[in-house]
Each structure stands twice: as C-alpha cells, then as structure tokens.
Design a protein. Structure first.
Length: 361
C-alpha cells in the first residue's frame, strides 16, 4: 500500500489545496508495516513512512478496502457504512480526499512552452484562408503511379498546377520507411531526434514548412495502407510530450507554431460511399492530434473504373470536377457542395459494376 500512496503527492491538486494544511494518517489494520501518512501544506504534499508526529485525521482500514476505494471499486461512504473503515477526526475532511488528490483535471497547473493551438488552426477557426504556396502530396498507395489513387490525385494536381503554388509529390513506396519503435527517443533523447536516419525522418521534419498536406491513399481493409500509417506514426517527433487540454480532449502540443492544412484524397473498390467513413474519421482524428487543420476530402467511389479506357468518357464530368476542386481548394480552402456531389456521384449502378468486375472471376 505504501508504494501506491507514495505516488499520491504527484497527483495533488495544487489549486484545491493552496490554503489547506492537513495530515492524513493511514493505519492499515491488517498490516502495520504499511502504516504511513500524507501531509498536505499549501499546495504541496509529502509522503511520510510510518506514524506521523501529528495528524488531523486518522483512517483505520484494511489495505484491500482502501485499494478498492482508490480504484473506484467502492465508495468511501459505503465502506464506512459497512464498518470496514473508521475515522478519528473530522470525517468531512475524508470526503475531500478525492478532491484534494484529483490532480490537474483542467490542465491549469502545467504551462506548456509549446503550441496548444497552431496558427493554421486559429485561422480555420476564425474562417480565414491563406492561399497555400507550398504543397506536399504524399501518395500512400504501394501501386505508385499505376493505381486509381494516383490517377485521381493527378486530376486534382492539374487544377493546382494552374495556381500560383509549388507542389512536391512524394511516393512513400520509394522511401525507406521504417516502423516506429515506440522508444520515445524523439521526446526523451538528448537531441530530441528519431533514432532512424532514413528518408522518412528527413521528410517529416520538413512538414511544418508546407502550407497544405495532401494525403492520397486507397482504402485498405477499412483504413490507411500500412506505409502511410507507418509514416504518420513517425510524425510523433513533431509533437511535444506533455499532456494538454484542447477542445476538452487530451492532446500533445505542437513543437512548431504552424502546421499545414490537410486534404484527404482516397479511392475505394467497393460501391457504397460509407466505405470511406473509417478512413475519414481516422484522418480527422490524426489532424486533431497533429494540429493539422482538416479542410475536406476528394473521394470518388469505385474510382478504379476510371482506369478502364473504355469507360473513361463516362467519367469526364467527374474528372473535370476533381480538377476544379484543386483550383477551389487553392483559392478558398473549400470544395463547394455542388462540386462535392459531382465528384461523389456514382456513374454505374451496383448491378452494372458487379457484372463488369465479376465477369472473369
């Protein structure tokens, strides 16, 4: 039990106890060797091994019952009512124990020197848009330039090529892309750098210099392809290790004052549009954690049909809509509702697609 309570000074709520002077003496009736105390004094707390010289409240209880209280298996009031816990002193002070040791629920005790909200996030929140001058497109498909994803991206890029911007297109399949080891050297190491010195590490460190990041990847079993997920895991080095509260959610702050906006480009083999849902939700959550600002998606369903030369004339309106989306994203950071409907509109029926796809299987 001592080992557990030795941690409790670390989770003291310094604000709640700023004017508090109390000593909680724990007399564990089943093991006297575990006797100890917690001494609170104006926002600080000291663990005392053994019997304290003075105390304001003495708690006599078996270790298993106190553990069940701390682990929220039982309420203090119920343990008292069952006669398993007795109090010497003011019992009202015991009811405040949980409040005193509630830690930092609103993250007010820790002041981060990093960026809780980045400039791009603030701009989007305020409805502002700055035309992106530097764009990085990451192609996450292992098929590289042979697949539907790259074809859709190429149409989008044609629209962007008509704008005043610089575009770097990177195929992840061309890079040495090692899996994150989870060693946290990029947080805790001397140089705060990833242990890998590969192509991906150099690229990740350049991400904050871009205004717009395009993630182009097909849906692979309800989510991101492995290479792209590896890359995203390695981006941990762009964040600082401390916990912060942002939008009432636990996050890490950014090490950089500005991160890029993000546009998702994806393709899916199946006919239903909701096959994109896990991908969209995942990328939106990535943006929240990485401080990218999510601005939308280009998601033509069953886009592999565009790669069939005989069917391409049917998809000309979709292709033109994707090109226009590139121009609109550059100009306003948005894709209009009408344009979005044109991009996502099914051309062939499900029955037609089934017959065509299954013809030689």
């Amino acid at each position: 039990m001592k080992k557990v309570l030795q941690i409790w000074p670390l989770i003291l709520n310094k604000i709640e106890t700023s004017n508090v002077k109390e000593t909680y003496f724990f007399d564990f009736s089943d093991n006297k060797d575990e006797t100890c105390a917690l001494q609170i004094s104006k926002g600080t707390c000291q663990f005392i091994d053994g019997v304290p010289e003075n105390y304001t409240i003495k708690i006599t209880v078996e270790t298993k019952d106190w553990i069940s209280i701390l682990s929220k298996e039982q309420l203090i009031e119920d343990v008292i009512a069952d006669g398993k816990l007795t109090i010497e002193g003011d019992d009202k002070k015991l009811t405040k124990f949980e409040q005193y040791f509630s830690g930092d629920p609103d993250c007010l005790q820790f002041k981060s020197s990093n960026y809780v909200m980045t400039e791009n996030e603030k701009e989007l929140e305020e409805g502002k848009w700055t035309k992106p001058r530097k764009i990085l497109a990451l192609i996450g498909s292992p098929r590289k330039d042979r697949g539907a994803t790259t074809m859709v991206y190429s149409f989008l890029k044609q629209g962007l090529d008509d704008c005043d911007c610089e575009i770097d297109t990177i195929y992840l399949a061309d890079l040495e892309n090692k899996t994150c080891k989870g060693c946290f050297t990029c947080w805790n190491g001397k140089d705060k750098k990833c242990v890998y010195s590969d192509d991906v590490n150099d690229l990740i460190l350049k991400i904050p210099t871009y205004d717009l990041l395009i993630l182009a990847a097909p849906v692979y079993i309800d989510g991101l392809p492995g290479a792209l997920k590896n890359f995203i895991d390695r981006m941990l080095c762009l964040l600082a290790p401390e916990f912060i509260i942002k939008d009432d959610h636990c996050r890490h702050p950014s090490r950089y004052p500005r991160m890029p906006h993000l546009l998702l480009v994806s393709t899916c083999g199946f006919t239903e549009f909701d096959n994109f849902s896990p991908m969209i939700e995942h990328v939106e959550e990535i943006c929240k954690n990485m401080h990218f600002s999510y601005i939308g998606e280009v998601l033509p369903p069953t886009a592999w049909l565009m790669t069939v030369p005989n069917l391409q004339p049917l998809y000309l309106p979709v292709i033109e809509a994707i090109k226009q989306a590139g121009k609109d994203i550059f100009t306003s950071g948005k894709i209009s509702e009408d344009l979005y409907k044109q991009i996502t509109k099914p051309i062939l029926s499900r029955g037609q697609i089934f017959a065509f796809y299954n013809r030689d299987l």
